[in-house]
Every structure is written in structure tokens, then in C-alpha cells.
Design a protein around this ligand. Structure first.
Ligand SMILES: [Cu+2]
Length: 173
């Protein structure tokens, strides 16, 4: 019974947001294009990816995330161990001022355990990110079978480094 009501609410939420390009702001943190890869309905786990950019003057830290579609959510990273790619839980992800942190397949990701509904291509689902400074922010995650086809690929952008003229003020000879 409760599950049915929940599903109806969720469907309404899914229908109300349709745009594929989407981003969110929380304090000084800009959250760009949260997405999940569509999976077969039997998949017990999934993952969410996004980009976090710190546009403020002090660092902030992503502490955790939660979503009603998963029983349990963890922050994960991929590491190379004995020439194998392994994923493991991380406590948090800190974003320094001006830094951009990408959560991508094969890298950091938000791991979804005990999925309560399938990750179906074209759907969206709500997620809450909890930051140390910015607090809690509600986002919508897009589910897509073809993440490369949304025109949101980040081209290599190295044009934003403001080269600060670093005079060494404490050099003693
Ligand atoms: Cu994982």
C-alpha cells in the first residue's frame, strides 16, 4: 500500500521534470548533470554520476547522499589494485575552491544498493546530497542508456587557469 503511493508520487515527480540538461546549486557548489546508467530491472545495485564545481572561496565536502529509490547509498571510488580495477567506499569528497570534481564511470561514483525500482532509460529520480557547508540539496538524477549522446560531454578545457604571478616572498639564499 505505502509502496503504491510512493510509486505514484515518484511518477508525478518524474513527469514534472523533462529536460536532459540540468544542473543545481547548493551554496557555492554547482552540481552539473547528475545521471545514472539504465540497467536491467533485475539489477540490485546502480550508480549515479555528476560533476561538482566549487565556485566559492572555501572548500566544501560531500559527506553523503540518499535517495528513496535505494535502500542504502555509499560514496565510492575506483582504485587500481594488483592491476585490477576495484571499487571501495570513501568517507567523503572534498572540493577545493575553484576545483571541479567529476563522478564518472570508472572513477568516483554514488553507489546505490538495494534498488527499489529499476533504472529505466528516460526516467528521473530524486536524490539528496549532503554537504558539510552547503547542507542538504535535492537534485534529480537522469537515467539514460546512452550517456554519450546528450551533448553534455565535457571537452578538454584547460583555458580557465588564471596563471598567478607567483613571487616567492620567503626565498632566502
Ligand atoms: Cu561502487
Amino acid at each position: 500500500m505505502r509502496l503504491t503511493q510512493f510509486s505514484l508520487l515518484l511518477s508525478a515527480a518524474l513527469l514534472s521534470v523533462q529536460a536532459l540538461a540540468h544542473d543545481f546549486n547548493a551554496g557555492n557548489i554547482h552540481i552539473d548533470h547528475p545521471w545514472s546508467r539504465a540497467l536491467p530491472p533485475v539489477a540490485p545495485t546502480g550508480a549515479a554520476y555528476l560533476t561538482l564545481e566549487n565556485q566559492g572561496q572555501q572548500s566544501d565536502t560531500l559527506l553523503s547522499a540518499r535517495t528513496p529509490i535505494a535502500g542504502h547509498v555509499e560514496l565510492h571510488e575506483h582504485i587500481h589494485q594488483d592491476s585490477l580495477m576495484k571499487m571501495q567506499q570513501i568517507d567523503s569528497v572534498t572540493i577545493a575552491p575553484g576545483q571541479r570534481v567529476e563522478f564518472t564511470p570508472g572513477g568516483n561514483h554514488i553507489m546505490l544498493f538495494e534498488l527499489k525500482q529499476p533504472l529505466t532509460d528516460g526516467d528521473k529520480y530524486p536524490m539528496t546530497l549532503i554537504f558539510e557547508q552547503a547542507g542538504e540539496v535535492d537534485i534529480q538524477v537522469v537515467v539514460t542508456a546512452d550517456p554519450d549522446n546528450h551533448g553534455n560531454n565535457q571537452p578538454e578545457d584547460h583555458g580557465n587557469h588564471s596563471e598567478h604571478d607567483a613571487h616567492s616572498e620567503h626565498s632566502h639564499h
